[in-house]
Structures are given as C-alpha cells and as structure tokens.
Ligand binder design. Structure first.
Ligand SMILES: C[S@@+](CC[C@H](N)C(=O)[O-])C[C@H]1O[C@@H](n2cnc3c(N)ncnc32)[C@H](O)[C@@H]1O
Length: 319
C-alpha cells in the first residue's frame, strides 16, 4: 500500500510514554536547567517546561530534522526558555558548552524512534507500509539501509539479527536478504517484509518481520554504540541532586543502562580479594529505581508502543 499518499507527516503524532512517572522522577523546578537528549515531538519536553515554570530552561537535542521542527512548533510558547539543537546525545558535553551550562538539574533520554518515524512510509522503518530501504533517524549522519546492506558481510548481518533482534532464523534470513539484494530483488520495505515473513516463524502476537526490522534499525543508526558512549560518564553533566532518567525499549539498551547505573552507584571498584581499597573510585549517584518501572496496563492498552518501556533513574551525589 503506498501509505504516504493520504498521510501527511504533521498528522502523525507521538504519545509521550510514562509521562507522569518520568516527570515525577525528574522533579523539575523553576530556575532549573534540563536536557531532553531525545526531543522527538516534544511531549516530555513540554511537560518538563510546564513543571519548571516560570523560569526553568530546557535544551532539547534531536538528530532528526523533522523531530526538531515538530518540537519547535509545539514548544514555541515557552519562548527563550527552550533551546533546540541538532546533535547526537553523546555530544551533550559540547552542547552544554555552547550554552555556557556546566552541569544541569536533569537529563532525560527516551530512546529509539518516534511514532511518526514508524508511521511515515518514506522513512523506511515500517514493515506495514512500502517505503525506501532507509531507516536513518539522522539523514545526514548514517548510511541508509540499502547502502548498509550492500556493504555488510553475511556473518555481521547474522550477528545483528541474532543479537539485536533475537531472531531465531537469523542465518537463513541473512542469507536470503543478501541473495535477494544481489539479484536486485530487494527494492523496498514491502519486499524485505515479504521475504522475511516467508522465512520467520509465524506468531500471533506480532508481524514476522518485527525482529528483523528492529535489528536493522538499531544497526543502521548505531544506537547501542551511542548509548554506550553516553553512559561512559554521563553523571558528570549533572549537578549534585541532578537526575538522569532513561526510558529504554530494548533489553540490550536496558541492560546497558542498568549496568552503568550500578557501576556509578558503587563506592569501590577494586577487584574482589583486595584487602584495602585502592581504586579511588567514589559513588557518583544514588539509584532512584532499584528495579525498572514498567508502564501501567491502562497506558499499554491506550498506547501499545509503550509495552516494552523500562524506566530507570539516578540522582547525582555531591562530589
Ligand atoms: C522516542 S522519541 C522521543 C519522543 C519524545 N520523548 C516525545 O515525547 O515526543 C526518540 C527521539 O530521539 C531521537 N534520537 C534517537 N537517538 C538519538 C541520538 N543518538 N541523538 C539524538 N537524537 C536521537 C529520535 O530522532 C527521536 O526523535
């Protein structure tokens, strides 16, 4: 189905996931400075600005032009309290420097793609709509899926499908994709979805190409590598008492967040068996969520895209 014929991009919206829980954890206050590292359509950002009125400021980062334009329109009424930048969230340090902010009171990451990315056929994320093999969130930073597929080796494609998609048929699907690509038969997302559906097992719960599309999107956009770089030392951008809140939708993302938070929480990182601490490490944060918070049943019923969300948060300790 040529979806975009009757679907204008501004008609598709994104419902902010776990909005109340996120804002409660961030605890915005007037005069506070906040970073939304994944601004998207600006749903969470709007709530942060409302809760931090009249003087709170928000720096919104998004690498997708369309997201920035949507958020700018939505947040225009907050005037000079909002700053929107085109960057990758692991460049947060440079972004803060640009505004002369040393550290902030809160950082939010709501990972992954926006609903409008998935719903707009021309972005190539959807197995339900025919579109180009693209899947880039930032069109100026990554290789489109078509080029990525032309350059990837078979073992690497198998790894991506297995690790990022947990696809049991990873090897067969990878082989079939690369063979079809060589024959010039894989022109768009509809052809890719049809090919994967012929191989992947049927499941009543979801489309057979779900795992493959998710895995390819994560690989094309380098999503896990960026998150890992951000998590190397993101606590340093928080003021004492400042909070980092992360919403993850994929178990690998959530695992990265969980282990970074656990490491930052430790007061010593010496290996076991060393009698006296020599590492000089001190706890950087306190955990606000021992276990990930999950969306309520009613939220999932209203917005099925929230179903895999896991929310975790930490608070920076004084140095
Ligand atoms: C799930 S959406 C955020 C939705 C937003 N919280 C809202 O309420 O509308 C994620 C957004 O983050 C952006 N994004 C994802 N990874 C990014 C990265 N590494 N750097 C910058 N932006 C990123 C995507 O382009 C997308 O617009």
């Amino acid at each position: 189905m040529p979806a975009l014929e009757h679907e204008t991009s501004s008609a598709v919206t994104h419902a902010a996931v776990m909005l109340r829980e996120t804002v409660e954890l961030l605890r915005p206050r007037s005069g506070g400075r906040y970073v939304d590292g994944t601004l998207g359509g600006g749903g969470h950002a709007q709530a942060i600005l409302e809760a931090s009125g009249p003087h709170g400021e928000l720096l919104g980062i998004d690498w997708d032009e369309e997201a920035r334009a949507r958020a700018a329109a939505r947040l225009a009424r907050f005037g000079a309290r909002v700053h929107i930048v085109d960057a990758v969230f692991d460049q947060i340090g440079e972004c803060l420097e640009r505004f002369g902010w040393e550290a902030v009171d809160g950082i939010l990451l709501d990972l992954g793609v926006s609903s409008f990315h998935l719903d707009l056929a021309d972005r190539g994320f959807s197995f339900a709509r025919s579109g180009p093999l693209d899947m880039r969130m930032s069109r100026s930073r990554a290789r489109a899926l078509s080029q990525w597929l032309d350059e990837v080796s078979e073992p690497e494609l198998v790894r991506v499908l297995r690790e990022y998609g947990e696809e049991p048929q990873a090897r067969r699907i990878a082989r079939a994709i690369l063979a079809a690509r060589r024959r010039g038969e894989l022109a768009d997302t509809a052809a890719l979805a049809a090919l994967v559906s012929r191989i992947a097992g049927r499941s009543a719960a979801r489309h057979p190409a779900t795992r493959t599309f998710q895995a390819l999107r994560i690989a094309v956009n380098g999503e896990l590598e960026i998150l890992e770089r951000f998590l190397a030392d993101a606590y340093r951008w928080l003021r004492p008492g400042g909070r980092l809140v992360v919403l993850a939708y994929h178990s690998l993302e959530d695992r990265l967040v969980k282990s970074a938070f656990r490491l930052w929480e430790r007061s010593c990182v010496c290996s076991r068996g060393i009698p006296v601490c020599r590492c000089g490490w001190a706890a950087k944060v306190t955990l606000l969520t021992r276990r990930a918070i999950r969306p309520s049943g009613s939220e999932v019923a209203e917005n099925p895209r929230a179903r895999s969300a896991r929310l975790r948060a930490v608070e920076r300790l004084a140095a």
